[in-house]
Design a protein around this ligand. Sequence first.
Ligand code: HAS
Ligand code: CU
Length: 559
Amino acid sequence: MELAYDYKPERRLAFWFLIVAFAALALGGLIGLFQALEHAGVNLYPLPIVGQYYKALTLHGVLNALTWTTFFISGFLMITVARSLERPMFSMALSWVAFFVMFVGVGLAGWAMLSGNASVLYTFYVPMQAHALHYIGLTLVIVGTWIHSANQFITWHRWRKDHPGEKTPLATVAALTTWTVWDIATIGVATEMLVMVIPWSLGLIENTNPLLARTLFWYFGHPLVYFWLLPAYTSWYTMVPKAAGGKAFSDPLARLVFMLFILFSVPVGLHHQYTDPGIGQAWKGVHGALTYAVTFPSLITAFSLMAMLEYSGKKRGGKGLVMWIFKLPWGDPVFTTQVLAMIVFAAGGISGVLNASYNINLVVHNTTWVPGHFHLTVGTAATLTFMGITYWLLPYITGRRLFSRGIGLAQAWTWFIGMVLFGRGMHWAGLLGAPRRVPFAQATYTQELIEATAGRLLGGFSTAMLLTAVGGVILTISGLFYFVNVVGTLMMKKGTSTVTDVPLADALSGPENAPPILDRWRVWVGGAVVLIIFAYVPTLISIAQASAWNAPGLRIIVR
Ligand code: HAS
Ligand code: CU
């Protein structure tokens, strides 16, 4: 099909968003190897440039969890919105400005981290204090995303004017849901930055209030994880069915899922603060219950994806209860990466549900279980999906064919196997009491941990950390495969790509079956605001009254 518009300006900007994303993942990912080895007693720190453990761990978190994701998502969602609305962005200039603001922001934070002045980890808990430019840089990244998302909302607004009475295409609904969750969430962290942290790091305010800062951070921090997940869901619902050779299960049900994320993503942040003193237990309980509500759209998603896969496998001639699985296009890296990401997410989702339980959380909180959980989610459900998207998106935006499908497949499976081992090791060690964010090879109590758990099944902590390290090595090999493909693709001849369009799929039950309520954004956003006020305002008032602004900054410098 010849398209009326070739999306060239959008593709050009998406290219630069991806380049920054790749650069961040390349350095951030490589550091992961040394983290994993360190946990198993092979301590190679201090490393050139990235320095000691905490400096490197900060870079690892900021580059992977914040930079790789945000830049990839910014490029991918813009292409998705433009293509599914079949019109150019309202203003490319606006999004270029956004890109530069974000780029400068990453540059400032990058300088602060690399110079050793911002080793405060990706959650930057106060009263640990970094150089002001670190916070200013990260805030600029957020400001850039506001501009970029506004451009996409305006584009949609214009589309609606030109298409009265028409249903917004599902892919646009999915992309704009992601931005809605993000824009509501970032109000919390921007407030923390602008009102508390930046003036304090500049010396304008002497002391700070850790409990208030943490609460504002986690108001943002939980919906942040859905900012990572929802672009993957966008692809799983609207693009993977095409790669599978079938159709999505239900367009209306998918719309419901995205609207439920608007409603429930934010008022749950206290599940990261179950152990924080100074917050009422009843409110922690309310956030816990709402956390179970936000798992509901993911359970609908698990069902919908399974139905989509079964339909596709059977359409390809598959039969029986399970044998259709083998008829799926496992030779296509775009498909294989994303389905393996789904399978890993089933486990990551379960560990999240365990985290959310108030009493079980007391066992796992601040142990290696938690990084175990988030490497299955942001580190695989999101990251491996984004890698799979790269295998069509990069050829689409550059016009150069994918360097190697075989390497893409090897990448998918090594990531899957590596992460299964890594995730197993980290969850297990956490249950044995290993704290997170600790350089075990240097910690004084590691020997005790090893001896105390040595008699356990399969050798306890030592074996768990061995699995972690082996997983980390396999993941590094997978990352290498990914970058060989990215760089290889960039070196292919222009015009060789066979991907000439964004692979958007149809659904078995189409948008015409969606009830009108699913199109009324005001209802869902309004409902979210009400829930947020209910879940947060009393807690914030009581924190403001009861906890003092009396913590001086601890300047952290790690070389
Ligand atoms: Fe989480 C901590 C609870 C989802 C990321 N989470 C974290 C942290 C990160 C993170 C980064 O309640 C650490 C923050 C820090 O540094 O301290 N999380 C949850 C819950 C969910 C959840 C209830 N998390 C995520 C996602 C993330 C993410 C998604 C990133 C992308 N998480 C917590 C809690 C903590 C926490 C506590 C605090 C812990 C502590 O004490 O510090 C839910 O949204 C999960 C619902 C998901 C499911 C799975 C559905 C399965 C699907 C796939 C099906 C597969 C198919 C394939 C169909 C119920 C959709 C079949 C294929 C074949 C071929 C057969
Ligand atoms: Cu959370």
